[in-house]
Design a protein. Sequence first.
Length: 152
Amino acid sequence: MNNSQFSILNSQFNCDELSALDKLCVGADGWSAEAFREEAARPESIILAAYDGDTLAGLIAGFTAADTGEILTVGTAPQYRRQGVARMLMEAFLTAVPKDVESIALEVRQSNTAAIELYKSFGFEKAGVRKRFYNNPVEDADVMVCRLKDNK
């Protein structure tokens, strides 16, 4: 796969498009366009969108606070899955994290083995479980954490 076909934007993205993709990937619990706009307005937020020309291929959104951070949502359009879009977005997100951040956390459906394997490849490890975290269908989430710095 040629990652050079994709461009990563950290601004100038369309929040309505981000919302539509998030809902396609997550279901009804996906973020609204307004939620993306509100998150984008926060200075500690990191929202990135991958485009193939004018077509939204994927997104990632999260934030940092003091020495920690959290990835809130990741999604790849169905026609771009298994092409490295999520990996590229994860790399860009982790590069955008301020240097003083020591760890990043996220939640992932326990049945989403592809995402879990992706996160593990970046050093994320299971740190706990959130019972009934997801709806439609109801499912537990694994809490995964990536330590960016040694706590020595």
